[in-house]
Each structure stands twice: as C-alpha cells, then as structure tokens.
Design a protein around this ligand. Structure first.
Ligand code: NAG
Ligand code: NAG
Ligand code: NAG
Ligand code: NAG
Ligand code: NAG
Length: 594
C-alpha cells in the first residue's frame, strides 16, 4: 500500500538523499534535462565554451549508470547549498541547490500536489517510489455475465470493514454504522456482502468442510454432566434425525464437546433453542492462552459483550433456524464492541486461534453442524433472503432508515428514502439467486418489483431524476436538487442489466427499457464528469452551482472499472476511450490546454 499522510515528513527527511548522497528521482530528471539541453545547444551551434561544458557533462553521465553514483559523491555533497524557495510569493520553504538544479523536499510536493511516495528497498538497494494515485484498475477478462462474478467483488471483504458493526445472527447480514453509530440495515452494504460471497464462490478453491454432528451418521462425543442429557431422534419438522439436549441452568452443567480445531472457522448449523438457552463456541488464542466465548443466544439482541463473553442473538422463535457464522468476524466485532477506544481495531489472524470446544445450555436441538473454510453460497443466500423478507410490497423498495445529508446545499434525506444503487445491487443479488436456485420465482418476482422506484421521481419518494428535462437518471441519493452521483447510477444500471438478461422475456421488458434509457443518459452525460485530470463524483457543480466535488482516487478507479465493464456490453467507443483517458489521469496525465 502507498504511504501518504503523517509519515511524509519522515519520507522527506530521510528520502531527500539516498545513502550515496544523491536524490535519485531528481538525478533522473536532471539527466533528461541535460540531454535535452545538449541537443538544443548542438542544434543552435552556440559558443565553443558551452559546447565543451556540454560535452563534459555528456562524458561524465555516459560513464555512470544512473542508480550507482560513487565517482563524484563528494563533489555533489559539496556542491549542494541551502536555498529558500518562495512559493507563489506567499511563503517560503527550505530547498537545496546543486549546480543549476533546484531540489524541493518531497513532503512539500506530497502536500502541494497530493502525490504519494515512499522509500522502498529491493535487493538491498533503496529507492524512492513516486505514485500519482492509488487504486487498482481491473481489466475485464471477457464479456460481463450476470450469472458470474460481480465486477471484481471477489476481492471485497464487506463484513470485516470498520463501518460494519457486526453480522447479525438474527438474519446473517451485516449491520452498518456508517451514518448512525447504533447500526442499521443498509441495502447497498447487504447486497455487496451477498455479491462478494457469490463472486468468491466462483473464484476461490473448494472449501474444506468437517461434519461435527448431524444426529445421524456423524456423532460428536459430547460430555453430559449429571442432571443434563442428550437424545438423538427423528424430528418431524426437520424431516431428519437431530440431536436434542436438556441441561440445568448453569453454564457448567451444559453438554459440551471438546475440540482441537484450527484454520476452518466458518460454522454452519441448524438450531432450535428454547427461551434462555444458548449455544457457545469456545475459542482460544494460541499465543496468549486467552479464552473467548462466542455465545449464540435465544434472544433478539444484536450483539453485546462482557469481558471474554460475546453474545449474538439468534431470535426467539423456537423453530429451526440455519445460522452461518464466520467465527473470526464474530470475535473481532465482539472485541471492537468491548473496546471503548474505537481507534484500536482488533485484527486477529486466523492462525493464532483455535476452537477448543462447544457448550449447549438450556433446552434445544441441533442438526447439520459443520466447520468449513468458507460457506459463500450460504452467506450469499442470507443476503438474498433478507431482500425477500424485507421488501416493502407497495413501493417495491428497501427503505433506508437513517438521515443522510450529502452536503451543504442539498436537503437532508429523511429516514425512509430509497437508493437506486441499493435497489440495483439488490436486483443483482436477486437475479443471481434466481439463476443459482434453478429458477425460484420468489427471487425473480422480488427483482421485478424492485424496479418500481425507478419510475417514481425523487421528489415523490422514488429514485428518478431528470437532467435538463431530458435525461433520466437513477439517483444513489434522491436529493433535492438532484445530485447525479455517477458510480451509484452505473451500479443501478448493472442491476437492470442483470435482470434484463436473467429474466424470461415478459419480466425482462421493464428492466430493459429502464436500462436502455439509462444508457442513453450515461452516454450523453458522461463527459460532465471529466475534469481534465480527475473525475467528478457527482454533478453538484451544475445543480448547486458550486465547485465540483472531485472523486477521490478510489471512486475515480471505480468509475474506470465500471466503464471498462460497460465497454464489454456496449460497443460505443465512448466507454473504452473515456476509461483509457481516465486511466491516464491516474499517472498524472492531464487533458491538453489551448
Ligand atoms: C460454490 O457453490 C457450489 C454450490 O453452488 C459448491 O458446490 C461449491 O463447493 C462452492 N465453492 C466455493 C469455493 O465456495
Ligand atoms: C452423577 O451422580 C451420581 C449419583 O447421583 C454419582 O454416582 C456420579 O458420581 C455423578 N457423576 C458425576 C460425573 O458427577
Ligand atoms: C439437515 O440436512 C438434511 C440433509 O440435507 C436435511 O434433510 C435436514 O432437513 C437438515 N436439518 C435441518 C434441521 O434443517
Ligand atoms: C430466563 O432467565 C431469567 C433469569 O435467569 C429468568 O428470570 C426467566 O424466568 C427465564 N425465562 C424462562 C422462559 O425460563
Ligand atoms: C427436539 O427438539 C425439537 C426442536 O426444538 C423439538 O421439536 C422436539 O420436540 C424435541 N424432541 C425431544 C424428544 O425433545
């Protein structure tokens, strides 16, 4: 990762010279300048003395490779003088002079031009690495397929993000704290969680999976204290043999299974708990011998923690529920919950932990209990199911229950707003669930219903804005006035495309119309976002008449990745050509001036 920010002053002090006393990146520049100078001099045939000096430099440089500078080291240090640099006539910084060349501290350049840099050592040789931007461009390997990987989301780890409070054990989806610290369901984040797991399923190696207990063929060696018991019987509602347990109240009288399990920390099981009952996984930190108890309890609490005990509620239904838990994520989120100083984030490497046991307390039953290296498809379906269960039948949307103020000048979005990006990415999840499930109509119907807000103007509670009374645009944030956020709009188009390809013709029609209209708008409006050396995140410079809101590099690179993807769906050269120009901005290229 590139290293901007606080360490840049260190970079400048240490980085000004390498161990041989030569500022490498300026050596290279000076080398070029002198060659150019030489050529000019030759071209105009000026005085012989200049010609000689020029010739001298030429031989000196031709003797020396650029990176190894031993010969004239002493001279160059001697020839360096302190020098004041006056910046735009406003203030002064300390620079250095060597011959006719001026050297400016990198910390200054970093702040002035927002350029990143760091010292790095390769094969024992230190060098300075200059980077104009951050972010990774993903060149599509082929045409985008709605049944395949979603963009490059196989690299996303949504639930590990700091702005995810936890993954709810009530429904298996992440809870966001981005705009409200108590946490809320954010459809866009839930969809990205689902799309990441769907994509990982297609790109990662097959999971390892160990059966721990299924009440039938795979039986655990449970320790049953006095007063407690277990029984394995056929259960009518599960239509399979399951394991029931009954214990006294205390944790110590729970039935337990000793384990010594490493590496695979994704747990999946079906469970039915009576009130006040719990299922606990005991983890040990292999280095510090510390113990953590992850309790899954018959309760509606989201997450709470006390000392080494972390609690996730799984609901109070007493019916069978299937839960899939990444135990490492649950532990991390629990430790972050305990940690009052939010700046310290727990990042526990998997290699340091092991599962040493499971304890069940109260009354309940379990079935199909496994530990795996991953359960991407189960986690994908947790997301898809959330969209089925939480869609509002009248609006077709998943309303967002937090306030959002995009910036001064825009009216605040009050809780209950819809996002075209949330709708679109939900459709991408549902279209994949429809495909993966072999045509389960519930997913298709939900995806079609989710188109409704695309037809409702944003001032009437939908997501549709119209630019200059002409171009229809689906708003990530349906603000007044319209904000025309670019990346959210393109994500919504991808959702529409996914549905139009996946759905049978009658159901695909509406999505196709919306997609085509959106593409016309995008082609006509795309250049409004081109700022000549970067891109605009939205069009507030037009709708609010203020300075443009330039996209930071990770959004700029998202714009590029989206255009590259669209260029595989649409032959119009605007996508490919614009993406290439925007890629060039990432290494400092600018649009030409007059
Ligand atoms: C992906 O999902 C399929 C089921 O659709 C499963 O058989 C396969 O093991 C999964 N692979 C990974 C890497 O998750
Ligand atoms: C369980 O209780 C019985 C009698 O009540 C006793 O004989 C036995 O030792 C107890 N077992 C344990 C493990 O405490
Ligand atoms: C456990 O898995 C079996 C086989 O897939 C299934 O028939 C059974 O219903 C599952 N148990 C529960 C409680 O869902
Ligand atoms: C659950 O436990 C609490 C405290 O131990 C107790 O007051 C309550 O009656 C219990 N509820 C049930 C349904 O057993
Ligand atoms: C086992 O547990 C299930 C689910 O809670 C319940 O329906 C069933 O009656 C229990 N069976 C026995 C024998 O306790």
């Amino acid at each position: 990762m590139i290293n901007p920010g606080p360490s840049s002053s260190v970079v400048s002090q240490k980085g000004y010279h390498n161990d041989k006393g030569t500022p490498l990146f300026f050596v290279m520049m000076r080398f070029n300048i002198k060659i150019v100078l030489c050529l000019c001099v030759i071209a105009v045939f000026t005085t012989l003395s200049l010609w000689t000096r020029c010739g001298d430099y030429g031989t000196e440089w031709s003797r020396r490779p650029i990176y190894v500078d031993t010969a004239n080291k002493a001279n160059e240090i001697q020839g360096t003088e302190e020098l004041d640099c006056v910046i735009n006539g406003d203030y002064t910084i300390g620079c250095r002079k060597e011959g006719g060349e001026v050297y400016i501290p990198f910390s200054f350049i970093h702040n002035y031009f927002e350029i990143y840099g760091k010292l790095a050592t390769y094969d024992g040789v230190e060098r300075f690495e200059w980077t104009h931007s951050v972010g990774k461009v993903y060149h599509p390997k082929g045409k985008y397929e709605p049944s395949g990987v979603f963009m490059h989301f196989e690299n996303f780890n949504v639930e590990a993000r700091d702005r995810v409070k936890c993954v709810s054990a009530l429904n298996g989806v992440p809870i966001s704290t981005q705009w409200e610290s108590n946490g809320y369901h954010y459809p866009t984040q839930i969809a990205q969680f689902g799309l990441a797991h769907y994509s990982k399923n297609l790109t990662e190696p097959e999971p390892r999976r160990k059966n721990i207990e299924d009440g039938d063929k795979e039986l655990g060696k449970w320790v049953v204290p006095n007063g407690s018991n277990i029984i394995r019987n056929y259960d009518d509602s599960a239509m399979s043999k399951v394991m029931n347990f009954t214990t006294l109240d205390s944790f110590s009288s729970g039935v337990r299974l000793k384990m010594d399990h490493v590496l695979d920390f994704v747990m999946s099981l079906s469970i039915a708990l009576s009130p006040n009952s719990s299922f606990t996984v005991i983890l040990q930190n292999r280095e510090k011998q510390g113990i953590y108890n992850l309790h899954y309890v018959a309760s509606d609490i989201l997450i709470t923690a006390q000392e080494e005990n972390i609690y996730h509620g799984i609901g109070t239904s007493e019916n069978w529920v299937r839960i899939t838990r990444d135990l490492i994520i649950d532990l991390q989120k629990g430790l972050n919950y305990l940690n009052k100083d939010k700046s310290i984030k727990h990042r526990l490497p998997r290699s340091k932990l092991k599962i040493i046991g499971v304890v069940m307390r109260g009354r309940g039953a379990i079935d199909n209990f496994t530990l795996s290296s991953s359960e991407h498809i189960l986690q994908f379906y947790d997301s898809a199911e959330w969209f089925l269960k939480n869609q509002e039948p009248k609006s077709g949307g998943w309303s967002i229950q937090v306030k959002r103020k995009l910036s001064a000048g825009f009216q605040t979005l009050e809780p209950g707003w819809y996002s075209a990006m949330g709708q679109g990415q939900a459709i991408s999840v549902l279209a994949r669930a429809y495909f993966h499930s072999g045509g389960d109509e519930r997913y298709l119907n939900a995806a079609v219903l989710a188109l409704k807000p695309f037809r409702v103007p944003s001032w009437q509670g939908g997501v549709l804005a119209t630019f200059m009374n002409k171009f229809r645009w689906y708003e990530e944030y349906p603000t007044k006035p319209a904000s025309f956020v670019l990346n959210g709009f393109i994500y919504s188009l991808l959702g529409l495309y996914d549905l139009m390809i996946m759905a049978p013709p009658p159901q695909a029609k509406e999505a196709e119309l919306l997609f085509e209209e959106g593409m016309v708008s995008l082609k006509n409006m795309l250049m409004f976002y081109d700022m000549g050396s970067s891109t605009a995140y939205d069009l507030r410079h037009i709708t609010l008449g203020i300075a443009p809101n330039l996209a930071r590099w990770d959004y700029h690179v998202t714009h590029i990745n989206q255009l590259l993807l669209l260029s595989t769906l649409d032959n119009e050269p605007i996508f490919q050509q614009t993406a290439e120009r925007w890629i060039a901005y990432m290494s400092g290229k600018r649009a030409a001036h007059n």
